[in-house]
Design a binder for this molecule. Structure first.
Ligand SMILES: [Zn+2]
Length: 340
C-alpha cells in the first residue's frame, strides 16, 4: 500500500505489483485462443479469480457502495479513498471466505488493476462510476443484474438514459477489455457507433429505459460481448457433456461443447475449437452451436431439426449467409472485425 502511494505521488509511469505483473505474464498462454471474445473472457476470468471478485455477490457490492457513501458517480476517488473502499470490500469477503482471501494482497492487486484500467494518465484518481463498473463487471452475479445495475448508475432519476448517459456506461465498460489490449476486436475505443446502434434499436427515441437497454444487450453487441462470454466461460468450467469430440476424441467433453448444425453427432471440444482445428469434411463456415452447460432434451430436438434443414445446404450457402455470434456495430475499423 505504501508502495502504491509512493508510486502515485512520485511517478507517472505504469507500475505493477509483482504479483500483478506475474498474473499479466501468465495470461500470455491464452493468446493461442483464436477467437477474441473467448480469449478476452478467459483472461478476465483468471483476473476475476486472482482478485477474488468471483466471491463477491452483487448484494455485498451494493452494500459496500452504500456504506462507503459512493453516490455521486462523477466524483473522483483518490488512492487513499480507493484503499478504504477496497479494504472494506475484502474484509467483508474474508469473513465468508477466510481461507481464500488475503486482504492486503487482494486490496493491492485490485487497486493496481483499477488504476491500470481507469487511470491511464496516472493521476491517482478514478471516477466513482469507474470503480463501480470495474467491481460489478467482475463480481459474481446474474448477467442481467449486472446490466440493470450499470444502467441504473447512469440513468436519470426517472430511470431513462439519453445518448450521453449511455456513452458513459459504454465508455467505462470498454476500458476493461482495452486494458488487456483487446479493444480493437470489440469495435475500438470509440463508443459512438455502439451508442448509435443501441438508439437505432430503440427506434431512435431520445431516451431509453432499462427494458430497452436489456433487449439490446441480449443481442450481445460487439462492444460488450466479452461480458456475456465471461459468464459462459465461468459456467462452462464445471460442465460435463455426454458427447465425444470428433477431433481429439475426448469423452465426455469438459468445458464448452460445440455441436454442428450441419452434421448429426458431430461435436468439438473447447480446446479443439479454440485452436481452430476442424475434422475432415467439416468446413469452418458450417454453423455450430455453443453449449456451456449440458443440453436439455428441448435443445437436442431443436438442433436435430436444424441439422435436417442444413443437411443439403452447400458450403456456398453458408458462406453467403454467415451467422454472426454477436450484434456487429458499424464502425470505422480500428481493427479487424471480430471472428464469428
Ligand atoms: Zn477435442
Amino acid at each position: 500500500i505504501k508502495d502504491h502511494l509512493k508510486h502515485h505521488q512520485t511517478q507517472t509511469t505504469c507500475w505493477d505489483h509483482p504479483r500483478m505483473a506475474e498474473l499479466y505474464q501468465s495470461l500470455a498462454d491464452l493468446n493461442n485462443v483464436r477467437f477474441s471474445a473467448y480469449r478476452t473472457a478467459m483472461k478476465l476470468r483468471r483476473l476475476q479469480k486472482a482478485l477474488c471478485l468471483d466471491l463477491l455477490s452483487m448484494q455485498a457490492a451494493c452494500e459496500l457502495f452504500e456504506q462507503q457513501a459512493l453516490k455521486q458517480n462523477e466524483q473522483l476517488l483518490d488512492v487513499p479513498q480507493l484503499l478504504s473502499c477496497l479494504s472494506g470490500l475484502y474484509q467483508r469477503l474474508e469473513q465468508s471466505h477466510a481461507h481464500l482471501v488475503n486482504v492486503p494482497l487482494c486490496v493491492d492487486m485490485c487497486l493496481n488493476w483499477l488504476l491500470n484500467v481507469y487511470d491511464t494518465g496516472r493521476s491517482g484518481k478514478i471516477r466513482t462510476l469507474s470503480f463501480k463498473t470495474g467491481i460489478v463487471s467482475l463480481c459474481k452475479a446474474h448477467l442481467e443484474d449486472k446490466y440493470r445495475f450499470l444502467f441504473r448508475q447512469v440513468a436519470s432519476a426517472t430511470g431513462f438514459c439519453d445518448q450521453r448517459r449511455l456513452g458513459l456506461l459504454l465508455h467505462d465498460s470498454i476500458q476493461i477489455p482495452r486494458q488487456l489490449g483487446e479493444v480493437a476486436s470489440f469495435g475500438g475505443s470509440n463508443i459512438e457507433p455502439s451508442v448509435r446502434s443501441c438508439f437505432q434499436f430503440a427506434n431512435n427515441k431520445p431516451e431509453l429505459d432499462a427494458a430497452m437497454f436489456l433487449d439490446w444487450m441480449r443481442l450481445e453487441p460487439q462492444s460488450m460481448v466479452w461480458l456475456p462470454v465471461l459468464h459462459r466461460v465461468a459456467a462452462a468450467e464445471t460442465a460435463k457433456h455426454q458427447a465425444k469430440c470428433n477431433i481429439c476424441k475426448e469423452c465426455p467433453i469438459i468445458g464448452f461443447r460445440y455441436r454442428s448444425l450441419k452434421h448429426f453427432n458431430y461435436d468439438i471440444c473447447q480446446s479443439c475449437f479454440f485452436s481452430g482445428r476442424v475434422a475432415k469434411g467439416h468446413k469452418m463456415q458450417y454453423p455450430m452451436v455453443e453449449y456451456c452447460t449440458p443440453t436439455t432434451s428441448g435443445e437436442d430436438v431443436r438442433d436435430f431439426a436444424k441439422v435436417l434443414k442444413n443437411k443439403f445446404r452447400t458450403k456456398r450457402y453458408f458462406a453467403k449467409h454467415p451467422r454472426m455470434g454477436y450484434l456487429p456495430v458499424q464502425t470505422i475499423l480500428e481493427g479487424d472485425n471480430m471472428e464469428t
